[in-house]
Design a protein around this ligand. Structure first.
Ligand code: CA
Length: 228
């Protein structure tokens, strides 16, 4: 079960998918335009976004590009054409998977579950995450910076993976504490700050001279590619 955002302007398709995916145990939310979809994808923090490419207000590629500039949320695109070039463009733009219309909700649900498993690193083929010169291999738990191995403690590694799977997306310290340490947030807790400081040190940076780990005042922290 996941919290899904469906961005689809066709009322019939939308209500059918909303109903069927809800029946299959997902919590559903929908938007009917690209702009509303972007806002919901950022504000509501869905586990995954299903995006129809043919929207009334924005070009689908523009939506993917804008979304990817601020969020690493898993994204499945529904395209009307079974066209290799189109599909390559969709994946290049940052979609995690695609389906060609018309498709059945059960197919979409299978894709959703596969993408989420992959994102959570449960897939056997969990791919290394590359952000700039930083390369993180979730399976071997090896991290390299420009080819040089970094020696991270387990929690530093988990913290880095959590941020790297959400590259460009601001994550609050509360979220890090509850998700990486699985403890409730107490306002004065310095655990996250201390580990962020250690992690930065190992990445060759500091709060004063940030490169990959950027603080967003009053909100949290995000991992970015400093070369972009
Ligand atoms: Ca459409």
């Amino acid at each position: 079960m996941a919290y899904l955002l469906l961005v689809e302007d066709d009322a019939a398709v939308r209500s059918a998918l909303m109903r069927t995916l809800a029946e299959r145990g997902h919590a559903m939310h929908s938007a009917t335009t690209g702009m509303a979809g972007l806002r919901a994808a950022i504000d509501d923090r869905p586990d995954l976004v299903i995006l129809d490419l043919g929207l009334p207000d924005l070009d689908g590629y523009e939506v993917i590009r804008m979304l990817r500039a601020v969020s690493a949320v898993p994204l499945i695109v529904a395209t009307a054409r079974d066209d290799e070039e189109e599909i390559a463009r969709v994946l290049d733009a940052g979609a995690d998977d695609y389906l060609v219309k018309p498709f059945r909700a059960v197919q979409l649900d299978a894709r959703i579950r596969a993408v989420l498993r992959r994102m959570r690193g449960e897939d056997d083929q969990a791919q290394p995450i590359v952000v700039g010169e930083l390369r993180i291999d979730p399976r071997s738990r090896e991290v390299t910076m420009a080819g040089r191995a970094l020696d991270l403690r387990p929690k530093e590694f988990e913290l880095l993976v959590y941020l790297a799977t959400r590259t460009g997306q601001v994550v609050s310290k509360r979220e890090l504490l509850t998700q990486v340490w699985q403890v409730p947030y107490g306002g004065a807790d310095k655990t996250v700050d201390v580990h962020l400081s250690w992690l930065r040190n190992k990445l060759g940076e500091s709060a004063q001279r940030p490169k990959y780990v950027r603080a967003v005042r009053g909100v949290g922290v995000k991992l970015v590619d400093p070369g972009r």
